[in-house]
Each structure stands twice: as C-alpha cells, then as structure tokens.
Design a protein around this ligand. Sequence first.
Ligand code: GDP
Length: 528
Amino acid sequence: MSEHLRETRRRRTFAIVSHPDAGKTTLTEKLLLFGGAIQMAGSVKGRKAARHATSDWMALEKERGISVTSSVMQFPYEGRIVNLLDTPGHADFGEDTYRVLTAVDSALMVIDVAKGVEERTIKLMEVCRLRDTPIMSFINKLDREGKEPIDLLDEVERVLGIQCAPVTWPIGMGSRLKGVVHLITGEVHLYEPGRNFTRQDSTIFASIDDPGLEARIGANMLADLRDELELVQGASHPFDKDAYLAGRQTPVFFGSAVNNFGVQLLLDFFVEHAPSPKPRATTTREVSPDEETFSGFVFKIQANMDPQHRDRVAFLRVCSGRFDAGMKALQTRIGKEVKLANALTFMASDREIVETAYPGDVIGIHNHGTISIGDSFSVGEALNFTGIPNFAPELFRRARLRDPLKLKQLQKGLAQLSEEGATQFFRPLMSNDLILGAVGTLQFDVVAYRLKDEYGVDASFDQVQIATARWVHCDDAKKLEEFREKNAMNLALDAAGELVYLAPSRVNLQLAQERAPAVRFSATREHA
Ligand code: GDP
C-alpha cells in the first residue's frame, strides 16, 4: 500500500452531535484524554472551570456555558489519526453545525439517559440523513436514574427512524450501576467510580460466566442480567457494518462520560469501524481520497481565534492528495493560484504549524478576507466541491453605533464576523444602514459581545422591518437592470457583493416574484 493510501485509510474524521447538556463537551474531553491531547490532571474530575477550557475559546462561551464556535481537534489513537470536529450545541447555531457535518465522514450522537431523544437530536439526525452519514450513539449519564435501556432503544428507532444495534449493555443504572457487558466480545467491564480511566485501570471479566462477576454483583443481579441479555439479543439487531456505513443502523453504547465509564469501549469500536475519508462530489465529478493530487474545501471561517493575533482562519478539509506546507493551489472561485503557507493544525486550543496533511484532515489557513465559506482549492484541475450552503437568515437587525466615530471599525467587524457564516451582513443600495441577518436571536448578542471584545466597538441591534432575504439572479442582464431599478428600495449587497432582496413581508416577496418572472429568488446561496 502506498504511503498516501495508508495515511488516508487510518484517518477518522467525525463530529459529536447532541442536544445541549447531554454531555458532548464532557465526552469530547474524555476522548481527548485517551488521545493524550490534554493532560489528565484537573480534567478527570470534571472541574466546572476547566471543563470549557479545552474546546471552547471564547469568554462568552464560558459565561453562558454554551459552545458558540466549532473547533477542530486531532489526536492519534491505536495507530489511527482521529479528527474530531466540535459542533456548537445551541439551537441558534444550526447553520454552523450543518456545515461542519459536510466536512465529516461520520458522527457520534450523545443522548441523555433520562431525557432520551430530544428536539435538537431530531434535527441533527435529519441533517445526517441528508448524506447518509454513519452514526454511533452514546447513551450518557448512566450514573443517574433514567429510562429503561430497552425503552430508549425503542425510542431511538421510532423517533429517529434508525435501527439500533446495542454494542454494550448496562448492568444496573444510577446508584445500582455495576458495569457494562460488551455484546460482541462478551467482556464485562465493571463500573468503579474514580477509576475506569483505561483498560489497565478497570476490572474486566472475560464473560458473564466468570465466577468473579457473581462475587461482585451478587447472584440476584446476575440472574436478572442473564434474563435481560436474552431479551435484548432476541429483540434487537446485531451489529451490521454495512447497515451502519449506509446510515441505516446505529451501534449503541452506554456509559457515563463524566466518570469516564464506557468511553474507551466506544473509542475502540469507533476507530475500528468508523469510515475513513469518503469521496466528495464536485460540480464536474466525484473526487476520491485515494487520488494523489491535492484538493479540499473551506467549511468554516473564524475570526480572531487568538485575540493576540487578530487573524482570521479558514478551516479547510483535505479531500484528496497531500497538503504540504507552502504549496500552491488554485482557488477555484477567483481562478487564482495562491500559496498555502503557515497552515495550522489543532490540538485542542493549541495551534501548531503543520507540514503535511492527508484526506480527512482539517487545516487552518490564514485568511485576509479573500477566502469564503465553500471555497474549493485544488492542484492542476479546477474543482468545485458542492453542498456547502449559506442559508437565508430569518431574523434581521439594524446595527446602531453608540460612538459614531467608530463606523469604520463597525463595518470591518460586521464584515469579518459574517465571514464566519453564522451571521450575514447586508448593505442596502439606498441607505447607509448596516443590516445583520441571523437564524437565531442569540447570534445578535454574540456579535455585539464580540464587536466590543475584539473590535472595541459599542453597538446594539434594533428591530427592522425585514421578514426574509433572497439572493437574486437573472441570466438576462437587461431584465436584471430593470428589476434593480424598480426594487432598489428593497435590494442590498451581501458581504460578497451579491445582490439580495430584503423583503419587508412574505406577501411582498411573493408579489415581487410574480412581477419579475425572469428573476430567480434563491433561499440559499450555494458557495462557489
Ligand atoms: P453539552 O452541553 O452537551 O456539551 O454537555 P456538557 O458536557 O457540558 O454536560 C452537561 C452537564 O452534564 C454538565 O454539568 C456535566 O458535568 C454533566 N454530565 C456530563 N456527563 C455526565 C455523566 O456521565 N453523568 C452525570 N451525572 N453528569 C454528566
């Protein structure tokens, strides 16, 4: 096998998705511990303050206890290279999550044992289904009382419409939690709070017939367990790798992230069975990760990741070939060859300069405003990766400046923050207003906070009479000009200079569409 194939096959690029509070951050931290990416001290105990320090950068996240931005973490495990892309948990950041999911090959879903399938879990599942993304599930917080495991599997199957294949099965729950049985290897892993960090640190029995087990959990519990396992094996599906890879079946694990219990079993199974980088579609053809010529696309941009550096970083997923520091690649949208120097890799919050990267890896490239979300980079052949949309925002506000002398900084801040994609920035043709669009109200607070923190601008956001936005296109230049003249009051330019119709109401939008049949109104701006 060539070095390229070897490196590609050992990559595992995935995201963890969950309803807020299910335990995504905690699980992320535990996975990083196994990868040696962060130190054990202070983390295993799950200290509140330290909890957010790893995957979250911003002070705001700590204040509110939510993840606002996504981050990328790479770590080696058992001969594999794992790339974990963090997704924001809050409902307002769905778009960002959506785009992160375009850059992964599989996902891990965390479910709270007491809450079961929650509203956000359902939405995320819908997004995963769009691409048949393979999903593993982790039922978390087994150290607390929750729903019956068998009922939970039923709920996942019924509500999420995906077959469940339990891989581990809990012995008890809450204060009676004794451990889990691995249904494929037959091993029993005991739950020992304060331990269970690694295999070496855990008590493991080869099977439920091991006499040591009865001594530990008692004859009654063992008898119940035998009955339950019989029931489970009769009623559930065995693990079927093809069904998993096709997104039809989810292997299910039980555990407690905060106690580090059941996590290594999940990780071991994950690196063995989760898919290595998959082919990606472009406008012209499918690109295989086995190809040796470099290509990739930008799925996320983040400003001011490091307040000391005041920079913007574009996150690029490598789709084929090898990235070498300093190499040149064609940026398809602008048709220019650019030098990709000083690429970054992400070890939790540490940034390191990378020399090489392979398909599945995510690198950070410095962006001076010339890179947009959705941009493709390739060597030789011009390629345009598809499927990374910009959604029309549903909420609009007009930026109001408290100090008029800071107008330049405000414009710059709004433009740079909107490059990240969570908000969109519009400049109406007929006024000097600065309009910000978002899909959730929380984003306005985030922008106001960051404007102050990162740009020293004190701004607030006022209500404005805009109901929705549509990107407008017309193949006939004359008709477009006519449309522009007639509708100038409602037209604006987005941050990329594209023409957008800002409709004061749905009815207005409908009328505008009826009056200009030659003009296309689009609710998404597909990048590139
Ligand atoms: P996220 O919003 O999905 O990222 O969830 P967090 O990881 O921030 O966890 C939410 C809360 O659940 C925190 O207070 C965690 O300490 C707690 N938590 C996480 N895992 C467990 C667990 O296994 N058992 C218990 N009892 N609490 C947990």
